[in-house]
Ligand binder design. Sequence first.
Ligand code: AMP
Ligand code: GLY
Length: 424
Amino acid sequence: MKVLVIGSGGREHALVWKLAQSPKAEKIFAIPGNPGIAELAECVAGISIEDNGAVVSFAKEHGIDLVVVGPEVPLMNGIVDALNEAGIRAFGPKRAAAKLEGSKSFSKELMKKYGIPTAKYEVFTDAAAARAYVEQEGAPIVIKADGLAAGKGVIVAMTKEQALHAIDDIMEDQAFGSAGSRVVIEEFMEGEEASLLAFTDGKTICPMISSQDHKRAYDGDEGPNTGGMGTYAPAPVMTEENLRLATENILKPVIAAMQQEGHPYQGCLYAGLMITSEGPKVVEFNARFGDPETQVVLPLLESDLVGIMCACADGTLAEQEIKWSKGSAVCVVLASGGYPGSYRKGYEITGLGKAKALNTLVFHAGTGEKDGKILTAGGRVLGIVATGGDVREAVDKAYKGVGEVSFQDMHYRKDIAHRALERL
Ligand code: AMP
Ligand code: GLY
């Protein structure tokens, strides 16, 4: 089979790496891919992943049997609708189903209607009404700009004053631009967060191994929010009982709800969960694989990913057997100094071969190539991943690999998986 992967980050490198192990994959293409992906697949330049027509034409011309969509933007642009209309099989939700990620109010309303556990919430377009609600509910409380605010539009207010201040910033001073003309005010959920990704064909849903991301830039969960500075899998907070509760009360009902609403959801569903004293509750849904969750989940998958993805697209997931290894995996993200703020690019990266020789996986996230050298080209540059019999072994191996890699102003967290290690 010929497989095409859309995207260029660490998540897509991990996807290509796993797909390439399949005896079914005779050839893999990536649009646009990256220098790490180029070792396993043919990277195609000159096609925008936001141009559905161009992607469909490429897939037709090259006889692609399966398209795997990495990032959310093409999903929300209806790339899967366009591919399916042209008779091409694709892994990922159609536009109407991708709204589960694209619109907070759509997903919150769906959860309310179908009784899926999540924080209680109200939507406001009027600042005075929002302030009155905060006065009534008290703190801690969570204030969110409704539109896309590049992940920065969420304020977890520990006091009433902070909450009132956030409403002023978002609604009166438009700190997030027009994204702040509507705010969602949510009940604060106390607990530990975990990510639960799942394969689904729209009827059957199979959870993957759980994982935990580290969103803050600095050690000890300090500093600004990032796209994710590291992950590990499985997450011990996701006990067998919590996994059962999440599957029965969240994953199965949301898939049934999407079907009921006429928008069957196919692909990878990412549930961002808060494990509270009342069990798992939904923080958010994403319509795609997590990044860098994918980098630790897929190395623990023992089954054939091409087969699973085709089954999701074809509606035959119930017949698939999906096996996971018993070990752990850890990913440490190496970022450009300054990220998530401004940073410089174009620095040479050394030591990649030495890190691989230590039995780590080196997933490229933001790299470029010039004159045979690998250079930094993004905020998150690399993910160094190791597997082991337990999390301790995986952490030690990953950090040994990290020790071999260097580039100017390289920054990474030294405490990835600390919550899992503390539990040992
Ligand atoms: P979101 O963009 O909705 O995923 O929120 C970003 C982060 O804010 C989450 O990863 C949580 O750490 C935190 N957060 C969001 N909503 C809540 C909530 N209702 N209670 C507690 N923390 C929250
Ligand atoms: N790691 C968080 C995300 O992919 O959204």
